[in-house]
Design a protein around this ligand. Structure first.
Ligand SMILES: CC(C)(COP(=O)(O)OP(=O)(O)OC[C@H]1O[C@@H](n2cnc3c(N)ncnc32)[C@H](O)[C@@H]1OP(=O)(O)O)[C@@H](O)C(=O)NCCC(=O)NCCS
Length: 145
């Protein structure tokens, strides 16, 4: 697996990968990727042709903006590798806590995050749509690496 930090020149590749992992209405187009990549504190990691992770850090707190792995590349540790590398980068940059929202019914993602030590820190009712709730998950980044 080739894993590297992505830049503005990768916006199209990030959008193409994102579109393989989310339904059409939820996929982020190239313009959205480009805008996010231009924001302060945003880091993108790309597993070439397989998956992507977008993170945003503000002071000692960070959040997962999105995580996606192409269906054909799943269950091979791509998401775990992206998150582990992302958490090392965040910790090195001074982040002490990583937060994310995940759909309550997203069993693969819930299993992934539980395995990496995330715990429930709250609930976001109707976060995605009426009746579609999210869990807020959090993990301390102390001692990374
Ligand atoms: C969730 C997602 C990112 C996981 O990517 P992945 O590369 O397949 O995950 P990994 O191979 O790194 O899995 C690591 C661990 O997570 C858990 N896991 C991942 N997918 C799982 C599944 N379908 N069922 C049960 N557990 C799963 C397992 O514990 C797995 O370890 P194991 O394979 O050794 O059992 C991927 O399914 C995806 O892109 N889904 C659609 C988009 C999405 O839901 N993004 C997250 C939004 S918060």
């Amino acid at each position: 697996m080739r894993l590297r930090q992505a830049g503005l020149e990768d916006a199209a590749a990030l959008a193409a990968l994102h579109a393989t992992a989310f339904p059409p209405g939820e996929a982020w187009p190239e313009g959205t990727m480009r805008s996010l990549l231009g924001l302060p504190g945003v880091t993108a990691l790309l597993a070439e042709g397989e998956g992507l992770l977008l993170l945003r850090q503000a002071a000692d707190e960070a959040e997962v903006l999105t995580l996606a792995v192409r269906p054909e590349a799943r269950r091979q540790g791509v998401a775990r590798a992206l998150l582990e590398t992302g958490m090392l980068l965040l910790a090195a940059a001074g982040a002490r806590r990583l937060l994310l929202e995940v759909a309550a019914e997203n069993a693969p993602a819930m299993a992934l995050y539980a395995g990496l030590g995330f715990a429930r820190a709250g609930e976001r009712r109707n976060y995605y749509a009426p009746g579609r709730h999210a869990w807020l998950l959090a993990r301390a980044l102390e001692g990374e690496g």
